[in-house]
Design a protein around this ligand. Structure first.
Ligand code: KIV
Ligand code: ZN
Length: 545
């Protein structure tokens, strides 16, 4: 796995994406099977080497999602630089039942991996696992051996390695190698280390662990101190050849290392790293957008690489420099990450051809005729209200049209009356799962509240609205507004919850929805319907099992 680019021989950096496992552990990022499949398909296009598809023992739904990803996505090779499909990994605690379940879920993929983990820090051993170091070594050997009896490709992670005794780690890791582990992943589970420390830890472990040359060393950093990317890169500098990352850096608490930051650093500063990756960087923006839409986790505007402002040059002096030569203030070209720079602005006279051409430039090169028609109809409706349709508007249209759950209830019409001296009233018309159209009305504290109450009267699915966010896609009074909402069902039974593999705690399921329109009341209604449909279709899937 060597490549010669700028004169020096480089080793391949294996990109292990855990958006669908650690990323999905972020509060409120619950994804349904269809969304997981779509994201996995996009990760394959992006060129990810290993896709950690989930934690199969968590629930039948999680198992099924991992199994279907292994079956349907684990064979795809289209657009992949190495011509090989992704390896599909399943997470398992160091327990036989977890490992068996993970294996059952991933085994259909031609390339599959079991990823098992056990904490090694004294804090975790004492307070969480209530075992001593001896027992920790025993459990590691047993788990890795068992995983190896099922599968050749076994990854072991000493959880909370960042706060573990390095000498003890070398003992545990040497045993994991002897038991058959092929990848050793070093997690900074609580994002505690600094780059010097983490890089030093990787170097020390590679030097001191007997048999270290037989395995791939990997990093897994959390971002609690905002150091995840720096720590990961320090790990790479010190010999790690796999990085565990997520799209947009989503994950537990402050998140995981962001894939796009690591990739674009290695890409932009090749002389600083002895590695290359097989990632197709032009797919980054599209992947980011998809993950943000499906998880309901918006990307902060100033986020490196994928934030809305990452390539915007606001200050006059910068704009002046950019006009003279882009290199004055730009270290990466936007098109490298799939943001095609174009002066072409679409409007109401633009035809299907122009729309298709622009969408292809934006990375949507595999829309079917039917999808293109839908996008075009929507585009025309918006172009009637808004003079110039920018790339950001198009992205919002595509997200709103295509990144939506199965429509169990369909929103047909919203009418509101509100103002300073009147009670806000909304009338909504929905079509139900049986095809029957129902209209109802409600008062509210404002127009959005009234719309939500009217919808609730029809759908009758008690839930709590935990988040409501409105953002303008572009500037100007005619801007498209994008609304994101999160709801939690009022289910009493365990099914309303998901288990966190590390803490074992139960988290209430949260469903996000998004909608876009030039009218923010309509966008709000669409977002709420999207979250409700997601909740209902996921429940129907669970019931069907
Ligand atoms: O952060 C962590 O320690 C993990 C492990 C399960 C690898 O996510
Ligand atoms: Zn983690």
């Amino acid at each position: 796995m060597n490549s010669e680019t700028d004169g020096s021989v480089k080793q391949k950096l294996i990109i292990f994406d855990t958006t669908l496992r650690d990323g999905e552990q972020s509060p409120g990022a619950t994804l349904n099977i269809q969304e997981k499949l779509e994201i996995a398909r996009q990760l394959s296009r992006l060129g990810v080497d290993v896709c950690e598809a989930g934690f199969p023992i968590a629930s039948p739904g999680d198992f099924e999602a991992v199994r279907r990803i292994a079956q349907e996505i684990g064979t795809l090779t289209e657009g992949r630089k190495d011509g090989q499909p992704m390896t599909i990994a399943g997470l398992a605690r160091a327990k036989e039942e977890d490992i068996s379940r993970a294996f059952e879920a991933v085994k259909v993929a031609p390339r599959h991996r079991i990823h098992t983990f056990l904490a090694t820090s004294d804090i975790h051993l004492k307070y969480k696992l209530k075992i001593d170091r001896e027992e920790c070594i025993e459990q590691t050997i047993k788990a890795v051996r068992y995983a190896k009896s099922l599968c050749d490709d076994v990854e072991f992670s000493p959880e909370d390695a960042g706060r573990s005794d390095p000498e003890f780690l070398t003992v545990v890791l040497a045993e994991a190698i002897k038991a058959g582990a092929t990848t050793l992943n070093i997690p900074d589970t609580v994002g505690y280390t600094t780059p010097e420390e983490f890089g030093g830890l990787i170097k020390y472990l590679i030097e001191k662990t007997p048999g270290s040359d037989k395995v791939i060393w990997s990093t897994h950093c959390h971002n609690d101190l905002g150091l995840a990317t720096a720590n990961t890169l320090a790990g790479v500098t010190n010999g790690a050849r796999q990085v565990e990352v997520t799209i947009n850096g989503i994950g537990e608490r402050a998140g995981n290392t962001s894939l796009e930051e690591v990739i674009m650093t290695v890409h932009t500063r090749p002389k600083n790293f002895a590695v290359y990756s097989d990632i197709d960087t032009t797919q980054i923006t599209r992947t980011s957008r998809m993950v943000s839409a499906y998880t309901g986790m918006s990307v902060q505007p100033n986020k490196a690489i994928v934030g809305a402002n990452a390539f915007a040059h606001e200050a006059g002096i910068h704009q002046d420099g950019m006009l003279k030569h882009h290199s004055t203030y730009e270290i990466m070209r936007p098109e490298m990450v799939g943001l095609a720079a174009s002066s072409l602005v679409l409007g109401k006279h633009s035809g299907r051809h122009a729309l298709r051409a622009r969408l292809i430039e934006l990375g949507y090169n595999n829309l079917s005729e039917e999808e293109l028609n839908k996008a075009f109809n929507r585009f025309k409706r918006i172009a009637d209200k808004k003079k110039a349709i920018t790339d950001a508007d198009l992205e919002a249209i595509i997200t709103d049209e295509f990144y939506q759950p199965k429509e169990i209830w369909k929103l047909n019409d919203i009418h509101v009356s509100c103002g300073d001296h009147v009670k806000a009233t909304a009338t909504v018309t929905l079509t139900g799962p049986d095809g029957v159209e129902i209209t109802d009305a409600a008062h509210g504290t404002g127009p959005v509240d009234a719309v939500y109450k009217a919808i609730n009267r029809i759908v009758n699915e008690p839930n709590t609205l935990t988040e409501f966010l409105v953002q303008a896609v572009t500037e100007g009074i005619d801007a498209i507004g994008e609304v994101t909402v999160r709801i939690q069902p009022q289910e009493k039974e365990g099914d309303g919850y998901v288990t966190n593999p590390q803490t074992g705690t139960q988290m209430a399921r949260t469903y996000s929805g998004h909608g876009a329109s030039t009218d923010i009341i309509v966008a709000s209604g669409r977002a709420y319907m999207s979250a409700l449909n997601k909740m209902l279709s996921e429940r129907a899937e669970r019931m069907a099992k």
